[in-house]
Design a protein around this ligand. Sequence first.
Ligand code: HEM
Ligand SMILES: [Cu+2]
Length: 553
Amino acid sequence: MDVNTTSYLVYEEKKRPFPLNWLLSVDHKRIGVMYAFTMFTFFAVAVSLGFLLRLQKLFPQSSGWEIIPADMYGSVFTLHAIIMIFLFIVPGAPAILGNFFLPLQIGAKDVAFPRVNLLSYWLYLIGAIMALAGVLVGGADTGWTFTVPYSVTTHTMSVFGIEFNSVSWMLTAAFVLGWGTILTGINFIVTVHRLRAKGMGFFRMPLFTWSLYATSWLQVLATPVVGITLLMVVVERFMPIGFFDPNKGGDPILFQHLFWIYSHPAVYIMILPSMGLISEIIPTFSQKPIFGYKSIALATCSIAGVGYLVWAHHMFTTGISDIAVVTFSFLTFLVGIPTAIKVFNWIATMYRGSIRLETPMLYAIAFIYNFMIGGLTGLLLGNLGTDIHLHDTDFVVGHFHYTMFGGGAFGIIGGIFHYWSKMTGKQYSSKLGNTAFTLMFIGFQFLYMPLLYLGMNGMPRRYHTYPDIPLFNTWQFVSTVGSWVLVAGVIMLFVTWIHALWKGKPTTERNPWNSSTLEWQTLTPPPLYNFAVEPVVTRDPYDYEKFRKDGST
Ligand code: HEM
Ligand SMILES: [Cu+2]
């Protein structure tokens, strides 16, 4: 049944001049696009900071080489991380591709609360501006983990005798940002429960929708914990109340529990949506139904569930009890099982498939490779025996870049290429896209693999330089050169997207990759009302046989 012919559900949005026709639009697609522009602008800023962090470590201390002064190094990696985590990877795929495609994947006209959706974007924007404005009042050098008691006691600068504590500024910014993601989570949960097309039961939902659903529950259940915790730090900075500062009778370990009760589930908020995108890309470019659809859907929920119970693996060196260490170590290993099921199912889907190595598929395969390294190194950190040695070293920095960047961010970028022509009505140049990918992938390995080795050899993280030791000199140098290649790839990525927006060949082709899920049935780009007729779902989302036979939805 063609969902684009009869027109009784068609409507228009109120006409407004640019940019109000965007900034005040409640259309989920426009909100997704606004997030894309804002988030990748911040990403570019944070990549530049990452580039500087690596450049600082090109040569050892004895060489006198210094790009970032020692007393500024902390502020630079803190800002790099605050932007990457709170302004890029946490809003991430749900904000851009979730907003644009969730209603299209389930056959709806929009999300459940369009105005709340716009409010979420505004809270994101206001929080982001506050976080960046924090730099103007001295920036924070606490690390993105805002570790106490340092973040309670440190004051950054005073102007004309007025104390400007930018840490409070950054904490409040993170609190505002948190509300943006909580409201997005509520919106997506209600949308999935209430707005699915006829015939689409839960086990007929596409896997990207499943990943957004599980992620939304984490956003709603975990984010309030960090919100209140950060506010407690702000209050403690101004008032004689002791929550976390031992000088005031507070407990710094309590802060770590509360902070990681959010921040570990937060890593699944970062990775589950990208995993959902990989589950869309792999069957499409293998032209085969996904292997083990139900087990992937259930693995998604169990990762979210068990992932909520492992937070203290970040605290093995804080002196928590042996029982606690063994319990959290066991639960950390337990999360490895549903993750392994997903990786196995993706590879099984590719097995004997007719593989097309288009740009989205390249990012999807790189995701699997990077995330395997990220996951396996995570098991080393989840085990007390090895973690005591590796905690707070560059091994940890390598580990989370493999998961968050090599996994999360590679997944988002692959997803944007996958849906590019559907979103923009224009084609991108595969040549440019594949060149960007190749530079990013190779640069990435040369940047972060050495950090794993340096950390195993004792190089602490967050140090602004290092002693003149041959092993350190070699691999710090290689890692920095790797960052140049990676950054060249990121620049190439932006060139690809700008070139496509500007000079890309227009297309109205609805389903260029021959994908089987519902969003590809709409016009390209989708009209404001998405579907002229409410779709009726009659098959499983990846039932290629039925899809090929009659093009059914
Ligand atoms: C070209 C891209 C990037 C480069 C060159 C880069 C480089 C770095 C370096 C060198 C550090 C370690 C600073 C130190 O401990 O001495 C660091 C820390 C960090 N990076 Fe990146 N990074 C990049 C992308 C990303 C991405 C995409 C994410 C997340 C999605 C990310 C998240 C973080 C976090 C959370 C920290 C920890 C900061 C802290 O200790 O508080 N980075 N980055
Ligand atoms: Cu963790």
